[in-house]
Ligand binder design. Structure first.
Ligand code: ARG
Ligand code: ZN
Length: 478
């Protein structure tokens, strides 16, 4: 699968040149420094695919020291003489490939690894990276803090979209590369470390507790977490038998309780709309982090900076289908994540006594041409600084409302289910989504997408203004 992606990416001139060199010479050539994303050209490496990450971490809240050992099982997608991992900060003490010490060079956030023996295309190989240090979060192009975000009390908020994974483990840091994960974290007794997927074991000895988490389904690096806190933990099961693990900062417990109690209903309701829930575990990590103003759909168990409201819970849960199971091929397509998750909020509200989706659409449509929602087309944010601005969220949802009106409810909801099913555990792009919509509806929808997804500025208004003409409350969702 990754090979097909790379061939597609090779259509871009720079990569074509880099990949063309890949077939020459016995010793292989370096993996392309960057998976080819137009917004984050440095992220990832096109020369290999990580099948599995085994992260073994120890964290000391008092000193904020992280000691890590990363074991990556990878497949070479070209003859490879060297390859890059993304790692920001931290000190690397040893790297081996297939048990032999490898040469390492660090330039910026790239950790270039040259194995003792070159790796032929198709070879599965094992890389180990021993590292330690006090992780430093990064500042995204939109000025948001991202990555391993330690708090004054020693707890840690761990979120990685779009780039922050590299602050706490070495990875092929692009959503094109999805992998299984085992994340094992040792912390002092009294602290809890929460990762993705199922808790395999929790044991305590010598004053320290070790939590082992397993995420079996493919996961993009940005969706990995290892949140650490003095959490209140609740383990339950949904009626369908899905294990739910909630970890909540005591300061947020009262506000979080009534919302988290609805998680099983939200999962069941979204499953009825989008098809079976994609993962074998669920839950929430609720922290108390006033310096971060967003939540993240960390796979199987979203992380919240404060107790979420119901719309935020619905939003992050919707991302389990749209973003986590069906992942982006390119960050430019962020509306496939954020527009879908936002429209799911609209659907939830419509189904639970709130305004209908037509009314929500009309409220946004009534906003003046100078409003943020029209600042740029949701299908083309332009760069990494605008991924999480209003258009991919609200105007992305407007695209879906327009689509629904054009094709009718049965076809529209069929499209959502098919999109989730056909790209389950894989990737999707906007062209593929448009093609699906046209096939399912038998309609030419180019005009609709040209206007609503790609049109600059506020589209000419079809339909009536907002009912009642009230000034809408526009939530700038994180
Ligand atoms: N995907 C997250 C959400 O909508 C938002 C992540 C924001 N990240 C950032 N760097 N601003 O739930
Ligand atoms: Zn979102």
């Amino acid at each position: 699968m990754i090979t097909r992606r790379l061939l597609a990416l090779a259509a871009t001139p720079v990569l074509a040149v880099l990949l063309a060199g890949a077939s020459q010479g016995d010793g292989g050539t370096p993996g392309a420094a960057g998976a080819g994303d137009p917004y984050f050209p440095q992220s990832g490496d096109g020369g290999y695919h990580v099948v599995h990450y085994g992260l073994t971490l120890a964290y000391t809240p008092a000193t904020r020291l992280l000691e890590g050992s990363a074991q990556l099982t990878s497949t070479a997608t070209q003859d490879l003489s060297s390859f890059d991992l993304d790692l920001s900060g931290l000190t690397v003490s040893a790297v081996t490939v297939d048990g032999k010490p490898a040469a390492v060079r660090r330039t910026g956030v790239k950790l270039q690894v040259t194995p003792a023996d070159w790796l032929p295309k198709g070879r599965t190989f094992h890389t180990t990276v021993e590292y330690r240090g006090v992780p430093v979060s990064i500042t995204d192009p939109d000025n948001a803090a991202d990555g391993w975000i330690a708090q004054p009390d020693g707890s840690v908020f761990v979120a990685g979209e779009p780039q922050g994974a590299m602050t706490w483990f070495p990875s092929n840091n692009h959503p094109l590369d999805k992998s299984a994960y085992d994340i094992t974290v040792t912390v002092p007794d009294g602290w809890t470390a929460v990762g993705n997927g199922r808790l395999l074991s929790q044991r305590s000895s010598g004053g320290r507790s070790t939590f082992s988490w397993h995420q079996a389904r493919p996961m993009a690096a940005y969706l990995a977490t290892a949140a650490i806190g003095r959490f209140q933990v609740a383990q339950t099961w949904t009626a369908a038998g899905l294990p739910v693990y909630n970890a909540v900062d005591p300061r947020e417990a009262k506000a979080a309780a009534p919302v988290l109690a609805q998680l099983p209903d939200v999962i069941a309701w979204e499953s009825s709309l989008f098809g079976a829930y994609p993962f074998d575990a669920a839950g929430a990590i609720v922290e108390h982090v006033p310096t971060v103003d967003y939540a993240l759909e960390t796979q199987s168990r979203p992380i919240y900076n404060v107790a979420p409201d119901i719309d935020t819970l619905v939003h992050e849960t919707a991302h389990q289908w749209f973003g986590d199971s069906v992942s982006l091929e390119s960050w430019r397509d962020i509306w496939l994540n954020e527009g879908f998750a936002t429209y799911t909020e609209w659907l939830w509200d419509a189904d639970h006594g709130g305004p209908g989706t037509a009314q929500r659409f009309a409220q946004y449509a009534a906003l003046p041409a100078g409003d943020d929602v029209w600042a740029f087309p949701p299908g083309d944010p332009g760069d990494g600084a605008h991924l999480f601005a209003t258009p991919p969220y609200a105007r992305g949802a407007m695209v879906l409302e327009q689509l629904r009106r054009a094709v009718g409810d049965p076809v529209f909801f069929g499209i959502l289910k098919s999109w989730a099913a056909e790209h389950r555990y894989g990737h999707g792009d906007t062209a593929g989504f448009v093609a699906l919509c046209e096939t399912r509806s038998g309609k030419d929808l180019d005009g609709l997408f040209a206007t609503w997804l790609y049109g600059q500025g506020k589209p000419a208004q079809p339909g009536a203004p907002a009912p009642g003409g009230a000034t809408p409350t526009v939530r700038h969702h994180a």
